[in-house]
Design a binder for this molecule. Structure first.
Ligand code: BGP
Length: 460
């Protein structure tokens, strides 16, 4: 069967500043929570691989843009590092401006549309010392940073995003222990979520108030993980609905409509987890949550059942739903994530019900360990599993597009192997392999396949 994609479909990949640039404490950049956490607890990081020398794009960006060109990319997303651009939160680091301007220029010269994100889990340490996103002024600091980005790069960048996967920095740092400060406190998680939402809205407003209001677009990148109930029993279905309220609609409803989801507010209000008067007070700014376009990162769904114990008051997400293991699941054993391409179609339907704004898959991919096992005699990794993974997901996406979904692109994670938060270089996702001894890059079979996909605007 032939799968064709719409005209001008965006083909490319995503990365982030902290995971690809390297030079983490150099060239005027100040520390983020990742630099500090690695300094304090290196044992938490796989193989002691910290954030300092991640894929070294800072040195290689010119050739790397040529490598993107090789792959047929017409678009590419990365982020600006807040701590690099404004090391103390106020003063512009000219070296960072020069680096980003040249990097973006290189992309533009090669007809690769840059989509530039402002925050990808990399909280500057100076702000963490003031409470990070718990601090009620954090959204104002972020607004200042966003304004600076628009001022410094607005003539180059027409597609901005505010946050990558805002839910992840909230739940990983305030519920699951995988990001600093690694505490477990649902109430704090909600405060952090609320301040993140305000920060997003203030950045959107800053762009709309800028001289680029009519030429530039702004969006947000959300990780949408649909919940599938264990059974048709009412309690399991309610659990799935509540999981979606927290994990999908918390950011999707504001992003598509400029309002916080009413059902979510009602749910959290019951247990005094949210300050209703504050939301009312902030309504004028919250309406700026509405974006011009949406990015969706999709890796895995969640499987849920009714909570394991009855709770009078919600004190934790586990009071709303419990996870369970679906017997038929296919798993990527290296990352431990379920592979379920059908969810891409379901996500498209969820978006279509709410809006016809343009959206794209901003991350999708498969991390595999020890890929040198698949190296052929010419030194190329034959990653057929990754090609199959993309085909299956693209087929589902294609079905939704054929049915009218306004999906405008498919970006993978990632372009060249990059550093992963706590997993270092264990699982590789790239179209290019990075050799950590000399940072040389070698194309993988999936890169050659992607080039054909982009050139043909489809696949067989
Ligand atoms: C997404 C993040 C990326 C990237 C990817 C792969 O959630 O936006 O930054 O890391 O997941 O995950 P991991 O690196 O944990 O394997």
């Amino acid at each position: 069967m032939q799968y064709n994609f719409p005209k001008n479909f965006m083909w490319g990949a995503a990365t982030s500043a902290p995971q690809s640039e390297g030079h983490s404490l150099e060239n005027g950049k100040s520390a983020t929570t990742w630099d500090k956490w690695f300094e304090m607890n290196p044992e938490k990081f796989y193989n002691n691989e910290g954030p300092e020398n991640t894929s070294m794009l800072y040195d290689h960006y010119k050739e790397d843009v040529q490598r993107m060109k090789e792959l047929g990319f017409n678009s590419f997303r990365t982020s600006i590092s807040w701590a690099r651009l404004l090391p103390d939160g106020k003063t512009v680091n000219q070296e960072a401006v020069d680096f980003y301007r040249d990097y973006f220029n290189e992309l533009l010269q090669n007809d690769i549309k840059p989509i530039i994100n402002l925050f990808h889990f990399d909280m500057p340490w100076w702000l963490m010392e003031k409470g990070g996103w718990e601090n009620s002024q954090s959204s104002d600091y972020f607004q200042f940073y966003a304004e600076k980005c628009f001022e410094l790069f607005g003539d180059q960048i027409q597609n901005w995003t505010t946050f990558n996967e805002p839910l992840v920095h909230i739940e990983m740092a305030y519920l699951h222990g995988y990001h600093y400060p690694a505490i477990h406190d649902f109430k704090k998680a909600i405060t952090v979520g609320y301040n993140t939402l305000l920060a997003h809205a203030k950045a959107v407003k800053a762009l709309k108030d800028s001289e680029y209001a009519n030429t530039a677009k702004i969006g947000i990148i959300l990780n949408l993980t649909p919940a599938y109930p264990k059974s048709e029993a009412a309690a399991d279905k309610l659990a799935a609905k509540n999981a979606d309220l927290l994990n999908i609609y918390s950011f999707l409803t504001p992003a598509l409509s400029g309002k916080i989801n009413d059902e979510l507010v009602a749910l959290l209000k019951q247990s005094d987890l949210i300050d209703y008067d504050q939301i009312h007070f902030d309504a004028e700014i919250i309406k700026y949550c509405e974006v011009d376009f949406l990015g969706v990162n999709y890796y895995q769904p969640i499987r849920v059942q009714a909570p394991l114990k009855h709770a009078e008051k919600i004190e934790d997400p586990s009071d709303l739903y419990a996870n369970y293991e679906w017997k038929e699941r296919r798993i990527n054993p290296y990352r431990g994530w379920e592979i379920y391409p059908e969810a891409i179609y379901d996500i498209a339907k969820t978006i279509d019900k709410l809006s016809d704004k343009p959206w794209y898959i901003s991350e999708n991919g498969m991390g595999v360990a020890d890929e040198e096992r698949f190296m052929n005699a010419d030194g190329m990794i034959e990653d057929d599993y990754r090609i199959d993974f993309m085909k299956e997901h693209l087929a589902q996406l294609n079905k939704a597009i054929e049915e009218g979904s306004n999906c405008i692109g498919y970006h993978t994670w990632t372009f060249i192997d990059c550093w992963s938060w706590l997993n270092g270089y264990k699982n590789r996702y790239g179209f290019y392999r990075v050799d950590l001894n000399d940072y040389s890059r070698t194309i993988k079979k999936s890169g050659l396949w992607y080039r054909e996909l982009a050139q043909n605007n489809g696949f067989d």
